[in-house]
Design a protein around this ligand. Structure first.
Ligand code: TRP
Length: 444
């Protein structure tokens, strides 16, 4: 007899785990960065609209496919419709898991190393942006140190996934997410009360519609997919461990709103601090690793806040990286009949190895001048994730069939008042909108 499939221990546990997956580097590192490069408030407004109109409906679709299929992304698609196309769509998700986690873990590793920088006083009080840049460049251009931290981070990720769903992912998410929230609130209060912080708040919230272009739209869409963990089966896989009694639309709403609030809260930590110290918000990824340390350096008790910030960043990254690893691990458990231990060790090792060129290319050691971080990030967030989302809504609306999905969601008396509106979106509007944004984003 087959072993019974694992399940979440409680609804709360599932919500913490899924919110933990969503809330990550995407909120704290990528959101302020992308907003900074795409005009601040205008981007934030667009982001909000896209979460409501696209993010939540896609999340409902993914959770439903997973819970119906009760398998990994590939198995779940195939159990509803067995065809080569849906096998490929599933495999694109598994591929994305490898690619995203390989660079995600490298960046998270930088974050972990910064915890120690603040503990050991590498960033002394009064550190200037130039000095902070030297520290950062010294780190990323070192061929060994960042790979060591990447290994530590992958080890932690593997350890939790190794322990399984209820005993690993759920247990640690329930522990880490409340800690994350407390840290965020402390840091946001500190940032907003800095003199001159208001300028950052205003820049972050005031939309200038003229800044919106098709590139801004594609960037926001990519950010929504990345931040909500959509388009590659992470949420689908988490949904496959859900019981039939769970309210999918209600949970999707809670998870998305939690993710959105944390992204905005993170913006409230970073932007006021950046403006209060007269720094530039659109510098890109180094915002967190160069600009912030110098902000902390000029702050009373800055080392303590710096330390707390990077603990926060690492916790957020860890509850996300476990969901990325789980997508791939679940595939090998369900389709290849590996046991969990073997899957975690083998796949963890492969992703660790894939992260090595990513890390080296940050320090200028590249093959054919390729920046692997940028390439992996771009192919996944601008192509694989939106394409995966597009295929998922087509699958739900047209292949599985709208009425069947609604019946699945509404079983055991779950209410879904907006069911027909959701179905209309998923069947007719989202396929067109997603295809349009994908195509024009690429041409434009
Ligand atoms: N959502 C996470 C973040 O914001 C990253 C992440 C986890 C992810 N699982 C994912 C991104 C699946 C895309 C797909 O940091």
């Amino acid at each position: 007899m087959e072993k019974q499939r694992e399940q979440w221990g409680s609804r709360m546990g599932f919500v913490f785990a899924a919110a933990g997956s969503a809330i990550g580097l995407g909120n704290i590192w990528r959101f302020p960065t992308v907003a900074g490069r795409n005009g601040g408030g205008a981007f934030v407004l667009l982001y909000l609209l896209i979460i409501m109109a696209i993010g939540i409906p896609v999340m409902i679709s993914e959770l439903s496919v997973g819970r119906k299929g009760q398998k990994s992304i590939v198995g779940s698609f195939l159990s509803i419709k067995n065809s080569p196309l849906w096998f490929l769509v599933g495999m694109m998700g598994v591929m994305s898991g490898f690619l995203i986690l390989s660079f995600y873990s490298v960046i998270a590793g930088w974050g972990v190393s910064y915890i120690f920088n603040f503990l050991t006083g590498t960033f002394a009080a009064g550190v200037t942006p130039d000095e902070a840049a030297t520290v950062f460049e010294g780190l990323v251009s070192n061929p060994v140190t960042p790979i060591f931290w990447h290994l530590i981070f992958m080890g932690l990720t593997g350890f939790i996934v190794f322990k399984g769903i209820a005993g690993g992912i759920e247990k640690y998410s329930k522990l880490l997410m409340p800690a994350l929230f407390v840290l965020l609130v402390i840091l946001a209060i500190r940032a907003i009360t800095l003199p001159g912080a208001m300028e950052g708040v205003v820049w972050f919230l005031r939309p200038d519609i003229s800044e919106i272009s098709i590139q801004t739209v594609l960037a926001s869409l990519g950010q929504v997919f990345f931040s909500l963990s959509l388009g590659m089966g992470a949420i689908l896989t988490y949904g496959s461990y859900l019981s039939k009694k769970e309210d999918i639309p209600g949970n999707a709403l809670i998870i998305s709103l939690a993710d959105l609030s944390i992204a905005i809260l993170a913006g409230f930590i970073i932007m006021p601090a950046v403006f209060a110290f007269g720094l530039e918000p659109s510098v890109g990824p180094s915002l967190i690793f160069i600009t912030l340390p110098s902000v902390f350096g000029s702050m009373y008790m800055g080392n303590v806040f710096g330390f707390l910030f990077f603990v926060l960043l690492s916790i957020a990254a860890l509850t996300s990286s476990i969901s990325l690893l789980e997508v791939v691990v679940a595939y090998f458990i369900d389709e290849k009949k590996w046991d969990r231990k073997k899957a975690v060790v083998v796949i963890g090792a492969v992703i660790f190895l894939l992260g090595i060129p990513v890390s080296l290319s940050q320090g200028g050691i590249t093959i054919a001048n390729i920046d692997f971080l940028d390439v992996f990030d771009t192919i996944t967030s601008k192509l694989f994730l939106p394409l995966g989302g597009l295929m998922t809504v087509i699958f739900v609306g047209w292949v599985w069939g709208g009425q069947n999905v609604l019946a699945h969601i509404r079983q055991e008396g779950v209410k879904f008042k907006l069911g027909s509106a959701w179905l209309f979106l998923v069947k007719f509007i989202l396929p067109l909108v997603l295809a349009y944004i994908l195509i024009s984003g690429f041409l434009g």
